[in-house]
Design a binder for this molecule. Structure first.
Ligand code: 5GP
Length: 264
């Protein structure tokens, strides 16, 4: 498709959205080779990333759609291009869920140790704003909005985040990898909260199991996992060279390509 003839709706750090002249209810989502970290401060072009992200995202969303999750994803008509449902309104939140303590939660100074396991998964909301570094929202405000204002934005996003976590955790575990945490985004379509955006190597942490039969029923599961073998964008955040990052993203795509083998 020649997108130079289409109207661009918005260009973000890793994707461009174009109007679909043939269907007012959907838009085109094009993946870019850009990779960023630290709220856009670190930025590189990683040749081939758009293709790999497109594949990973396609395979994850097709799996989630099969699982019955309400998502914006429709189809992927050609390389690096997906069709997604048009939003009535974006919800400007990043919704993070964690099964295993890693990353920023270790810096809170509240006693979380790397590898601590959360059952059920914990979920936190961040206001999406790079200059403000995506500040976390106050839990009492979220509870108030749900209880007093019947805000389905928060209640549904929290519910869907946990549901998606279970589905993806199970899927990655079938291929020897633990989903540690992830960040998802939501929008409103026809009055409903819907999972939107992309889910790719930059959205989650993935640590391989150390053995074939990890014991995940422990308060801390670090002994069962291999964080040094991580498959995710932390390789880039931690200063790994772009070749290593490309290899990791390729390894993720090789796993998600097999999600179609899974029963739901
Ligand atoms: P943390 O808060 O520990 O840095 O991140 C928790 C999880 O959310 C990780 O899987 C991380 O990749 C994801 N995450 C947090 N912030 C962002 C963000 O701004 N963009 C993306 N793509 N993922 C994020």
């Amino acid at each position: 498709m020649d997108f130079s003839k289409f109207n661009k709706i918005i260009e973000g750090k890793t994707k461009v959205i174009y109007e679909n002249p043939n269907d007012p209810d959907t838009v085109f989502m094009l993946f870019k080779d850009d990779i960023t970290a630290g709220d856009g401060v670190k930025h590189d072009i990683l040749e081939g990333k758009a293709q790999v992200d497109w594949q990973t995202n396609r395979d994850i969303f097709e799996y989630l759609n099969r699982c019955g999750v309400r998502t914006h994803y429709v189809s992927s008509p050609e390389d690096k291009v997906s069709i997604v449902k048009k939003l009535e309104r974006k919800i400007n939140l990043e919704v993070v869920s964690r099964r295993v303590a890693a990353g920023s939660i270790l810096k809170w100074g509240t006693g979380a140790a790397e590898g601590d396991r959360y059952e059920p998964v914990i979920t936190q909301f961040h206001y999406k704003d790079d200059p403000l570094h995506d500040p976390m929202l106050d839990d009492t405000y979220i509870e108030y909005m749900i209880a007093a204002k019947n805000s389905i934005e928060y209640s549904e996003a929290r519910r869907i985040n946990a549901e998606v976590f279970q589905h993806l955790e199970r899927a990655f575990a079938a291929f020897g990898v633990q989903l540690i945490d992830f960040k998802l985004e939501y929008g409103m379509i026809k009055g409903e909260v819907v999972l939107i955006d992309e889910i790719t190597g930059g959205s989650f942490r993935l640590w391989p199991f150390k053995t074939d039969k990890p014991n995940m029923n422990q308060a801390n599961v670090l002994s069962e996992l291999d964080p040094a073998g991580r498959l995710d964008k932390d390789v880039y955040r931690m200063g790994g060279d772009l070749g290593a990052v490309r290899d990791k993203f390729g390894a993720i795509a090789a796993i998600t390509a097999r999600f179609k083998e899974l029963d739901v």
